[in-house]
Design a protein around this ligand. Sequence first.
Ligand code: HEC
Ligand code: HEC
Length: 239
Amino acid sequence: MAKTLSILVLVLFVLTGCDQPTESSAKNNKTSAVPAPAKVADKPIEIDPALASLGKVLYKQNCIFCHQADAIGKAGFAPSLTNHEFLSVASNKFILSTIRDGRPGTGMPPFSHLGKKDIESIVAYLRSYETLPPRAAEVDAQPAAKGDIARGQASFNLICLSCHGPNGDGYAAGGTGTAIGKAGFLDKVSDGFIRTTIKEGRTNTRMLGFGKEGPRIMAALSDQEIDDIIVYLRTVPSK
Ligand code: HEC
Ligand code: HEC
């Protein structure tokens, strides 16, 4: 009796033991079939702050020409990478993959030749300028935008186009804002990142906050109006 029971337990153990990997590999297959961009809130990538001094050297060699000393950027040429709101809202994954892949169709070249460690060092250097609490996990976990494409397009053309160019083509269209309508940006970014940036803006850049709590210089958009713009942007990506 005791023997049958232990065999039964063993059989059950083997069965459940077999079950689990099949289940999780099925899950893995499912997620890897979809090219998962930064939209999905997943495990954050940790970066060792001790890499910052190497990163500073690499930054000077590779990035300073466009992004300027202290990575403060230059309007219409390259954005600030040490802006406090940017660093607070951007995940390591977003920054790392943007550096690796660049942004096709813009002035931001890919740096995949540097390799993982050097790119991580540059991010550690940029992170050394961080002053606001990190919010990327919370921001990326926000719900997807729901709204009206036509209304979003109308708001975009009225408010955003003057800096970000028609269809969000960015500097190439003579704007001072980046190419937020291009796939190189949209494929890597969550709706929460776009939403928070529109609401709160980026201090000391021309990107103002356009939310109800913002400076209300050009517009005070409601949450729904902001989501309309995001929904519209998601329909325009071009290379
Ligand atoms: C030849 C000029 C140039 C060089 C060199 C360059 N960048 Fe850029 N970078 C740009 C431009 C232009 C953009 C904005 C592209 C757009 O319109 O979306 C950009 C955007 C970025 C962004 C996205 C910032 C945001 O606000 O979302 C990151 C991150 C970035 N660059 C990091 C780097 C790093 C790190 C280096 C050096 C390894 C580097 N770049 C070198 C021109 C450059
Ligand atoms: C007065 C000019 C101006 C206006 C108007 C403006 N922006 Fe911007 N925006 C910028 C600049 C400049 C940046 C990049 C900041 C920098 O250069 O460091 C930016 C950055 C952004 C970013 C982050 C892009 C990235 O590459 O990480 C988003 C998203 C964005 N703006 C959305 C909008 C939307 C949506 C509107 C309209 C509601 C808008 N902006 C209106 C100038 C503007």
